[in-house]
Design a protein around this ligand. Structure first.
Ligand code: NAD
Length: 471
């Protein structure tokens, strides 16, 4: 990969300094490029174009749309390194491991999965010459609003199934990571007809305008629970259907008798993937008394041994916090834990020698459930490890959160872990892993983590209008 090749894609998506917004490199603060600043008027034009393009797009057969989506996925693969470099700089995640190259490759994987999944009509009832079938029709125009933590991949999770089902899409990236989304959409748009996919790179005002836009049929939203509530209010104006993938405060429970060495790596990356800035990362860990110090020590050892640095350094495994705001949140939560008497086993301070937004991987022990680091979503490289002696008590504490995105159970006896999994309130419960996603397996939350599912057949149904035909 030469700098010139990355510069080509960047040049295609950036605008002149005079009219654009400077987008900083998450690690250094240097300007990567200038993103367009779209307004509600630009949004209105994009929706009009999407509405105009939708009938012809929907009139294609699934096979024809699928073939176009495959070409878009191939284009992303061909430019995956350029895309990964943009993600690594703008969002900050390291290129390697479950990082920016994984995100860029995942975009193509998820597009192909959506392209290849078929929703056959379902026979609902059949008797004595009458038959009712459930078909899935396009909804129309989908508004897609995304966050900054996995910007390109999450945009694709919203865009690919929507297009597959014959909808057109207007997507709004987070104001912090527009370049990653503009880049992936530019690659797709080399193959999509005009108007089928438009990116509107605006701020919260544009997000609000999407949520209540009278000519949108569906809103796919991924972001915080607080903003999710605003999206619901917006949808009172347009009755748009909603998929809300909101925040998580995922709990993990380590059962007595667990082989700590065997789980340590999965446990660490379940917590620290993308430097903790992942919706379904493990954010509160409940460990049985008998293993407590072993688990704390194993996590601390990995935290200290895992290299942190700029995303674009090939040797980095952990990166910076994406934004100054997120750095402040993480610092505040850890300072609060310290002031309450919790034990900072490792980390607990900024890594200022690396750049302005780096915070050392932090393990906090001997902390109470009512500490803010436990009750709030930290979305950063810090894990509170909580002690339990009674399993019923651990399950009750895990379920006490307002949110219910993911959860995990860690143990050597899979049947025992399954029994605990059934009692946890979450959209996904993992056993001896956390946060692993599969494009064929539906993903979504319960409680404050939102509603609706993405991926697989369920994901296609979520961007389709169910239609019963009875004869
Ligand atoms: P955020 O809610 O601040 O912003 C998300 C998007 O909403 C941005 O594009 C933003 O511009 C837009 N927005 C802000 N205010 C709006 C409004 N009033 N109306 C409409 N749009 C508005 O979230 P964030 O900080 O970008 O992302 C982090 C959060 O996202 C975390 O809570 C994380 O857990 C969650 N998340 C969830 C999932 C999931 O799949 N459940 C995935 C990734 C992130």
């Amino acid at each position: 990969m030469t700098q010139t090749e990355t510069a080509t894609l960047l040049a295609e998506i950036t605008v002149d300094q005079a009219i654009g917004r400077a987008i900083p490199d998450a690690a250094t603060g240097e300007t990567i490029g200038y993103a367009p600043v779209h307004t509600a008027a630009d949004l209105a034009r994009a929706v009009t174009a999407a509405r105009a393009a939708q009938p012809a797009w929907a009139a294609l057969t699934h096979a024809e749309r699928s073939a176009i989506l495959h070409r878009a996925a191939d284009e992303i693969d061909a430019h995956a390194e350029e895309l990964a470099q943009i993600i690594a700089r703008e969002q900050g995640k390291p290129l390697n491991g479950p990082g920016a190259r994984f995100e860029a490759a995942g975009c193509a994987v998820w597009i192909r999965q959506a392209a290849d999944t078929v929703l056959e009509p379902e026979v609902l009832f059949e008797a004595e010459g009458t038959r009712s079938e459930l078909h899935y029709a396009p909804l129309g125009v989908v508004g897609a609003i995304g966050p900054w933590n996995w910007p390109a991949l999450i945009a694709i999770w919203q865009i690919a199934p929507s297009l597959r089902m014959g909808n057109t899409v207007v997507a709004k990236p987070s104001e912090y990571t527009p370049l990653s989304v503009l880049a992936v959409a530019a690659l797709m748009n080399r193959h999509l007809p005009d108007g089928v996919l438009t990116v509107v790179a605006g701020g919260r005002d544009v997000g609000e305008a999407i949520a209540s836009h009278p000519d949108l049929d569906k809103i796919m939203f991924t972001g915080s629970t607080a903003t999710g509530r605003r999206i619901i209010e917006g949808s009172a104006h347009n009755l748009a259907r909603l998929t809300l993938e909101l925040g998580g405060n995922d709990a993990g429970i380590v059962l007595p008798g667990t082989d700590v060495d065997a789980i340590a790596q999965n446990l660490f990356w379940g917590i620290f993937i993308n430097t903790g800035q992942t919706c379904a990362a493990l954010k509160r860990l409940y460990v049985h008394d008998s293993l407590y110090e072993d688990v704390v020590a194993a996590l601390a050892a990995l935290a200290e041994a895992t290299p942190m640095g700029p995303g674009t350094d090939e040797g980095s495994a952990l990166g910076p916090l994406s934004t100054g705001q997120q750095f402040d949140i993480v610092s505040r939560l850890i300072d609060d834990a310290r002031s309450r008497g919790a034990r900072i086993v490792t980390g607990g301070e900024a890594a200022t020698e690396l750049g302005p937004h780096f915070y050392r991987a932090t393990v906090v022990a001997d902390i109470d459930d009512d500490a803010a680091l436990v009750g709030e979503e930290q979305f950063g490289p810090a894990i509170p490890v909580l002690r339990y002696s009674d399993l019923d008590d651990a399950i009750a504490r895990a379920n006490a959160a307002d949110q219910g995105l993911g959860a995990s159970v860690w143990g050597s006896d899979v049947d025992e872990a399954m029994a605990v999994a059934e009692r946890l309130q979450a959209g996904t419960v993992w056993i001896n892993q956390h946060g692993t996603l599969n494009p064929m397996v539906p993903f979504g939350g319960v409680k404050g983590s939102g509603y609706g599912m993405e991926f697989g057949k369920e994901g296609l149904k979520a961007v389709a209008a169910p239609k019963v035909i009875t004869r």
